[in-house]
Ligand binder design. Sequence first.
Ligand SMILES: Cc1cc2nc3c(=O)[nH]c(=O)nc-3n(C[C@H](O)[C@H](O)[C@H](O)COP(=O)(O)OP(=O)(O)OC[C@H]3O[C@@H](n4cnc5c(N)ncnc54)[C@H](O)[C@@H]3O)c2cc1C
Ligand code: SF4
Ligand code: SF4
Ligand code: SF4
Length: 367
Amino acid sequence: MTIPKGWVSIDFKELEDLPCLRYAEKPDRSSSYRLLKEKVVDAGICSHCGTCTICPVDLIILEDRPVDFDPKKGCMGCGVCVAVCPRYNYQPISGLGEYIEAVAGKSKRFVGQDGAMVSEFMATALEMGEIEVALFVARDEMFRPYVVHVRTPDELLDQRITGTKYSYANVMPELHRIIRRVDSVGIIGTPCMISGLRKLQEKVPLYKKKVKLAVGLFCTENFYWHELYDFLKERGADLKNAVKTDIKKGNFIVTFKDGSEFTISVKEMEEIVPSGCHVCQDFSAIEADVSVGSVGSKAGFSTVLIRSETAKKIYDYMLEKGYIETAEAKLNIVQKLCDFKVKIHPYNPKTEECEAEEGKAEEEKKE
Ligand SMILES: Cc1cc2nc3c(=O)[nH]c(=O)nc-3n(C[C@H](O)[C@H](O)[C@H](O)COP(=O)(O)OP(=O)(O)OC[C@H]3O[C@@H](n4cnc5c(N)ncnc54)[C@H](O)[C@@H]3O)c2cc1C
Ligand code: SF4
Ligand code: SF4
Ligand code: SF4
């Protein structure tokens, strides 16, 4: 295929396995990303999952603020950003989803947010050779999240790598960056990221082949890091001195180096919850291989929903090796949280017919 004169110069070999080439037969240089901008970002339903940063010309900007676009990069109209966006033609998913086994677990090897079962799943997968690298979300001294590559279980003894960061993390851009350089990878993400990953895997075979394990986290809401930092600082809690952040029983709790705690009701944080979370109904990361959360198990344990055969194999291995302690998971509590999320985040997607009807009504009004 020849690239039309004046187009941004990219190496088409780079796009191997992407649907771009298919769409590029009829390119419309300027309009494809606008679809994403109008229907998802400007519509306030973007989840900040970062899947669209697969863009081959880096036109999509994912920073600690709503997704933005840099048209100067020259959209080549490939349509891949729209094709992989889980919020384009968004149909919310909700509930507990399907699972093979549900359990409460606690790692004997690692210290994490709850029972460190997320870390244990990745560590065991690395040890078994199921994955070559795992993408984790670590934190800096200001509790700002950043993505790290973990290749050996011992690296997870660093407690800045384990534990929850209540801010958006650039997991998907990092996955895009390394996908061609690794054979197998595991990722951890909020439910919206897992939905992005699944859509990506559906459209781009390379990701299906290489992402071998997707661990999803239970999730009710998330924050932009700078908004969370400023909000807490204004109320006297400086994340610079924090060692842990947690949400328990409707409260956001910050634990500091000296052992003291700051607590604020999550309801009071409503003003900084981004709009994309307000339309999200997936609490339990339905599309993950294994979902892990806090609710539904006793203190110090994580609730684990094993959904795929790969996750089951990893779980059986950690049991056999004696890496974990198990207890009963109370799924009725998880179900309650799933239902609660649907209740507080109503979303009625407009169908195409509905939009057409609205358009007709507008026209009639003008006449
Ligand atoms: C934004 C957010 C909201 C959550 N809300 C709830 C909730 O309402 N109810 C509930 O029961 N559980 C919730 N969780 C999950 C919970 O906080 C724990 O992460 C989960 O129980 C796993 O604990 P663990 O000890 O097994 O994990 P660990 O072994 O400590 O590992 C957790 C791993 O998660 C990854 N991670 C941390 N922060 C992020 C992030 N922002 N984005 C992507 N990956 C990340 C890191 O790689 C970290 O190592 C939430 C998690 C997040 C990130
Ligand atoms: S992914 Fe393709 S359509 Fe989307 S912004 Fe980038 S070049 Fe344009
Ligand atoms: S929902 Fe995800 S893929 Fe869609 S525009 Fe937002 S960040 Fe991009
Ligand atoms: S609530 Fe959680 S899963 Fe839903 S959009 Fe926000 S961060 Fe993503």
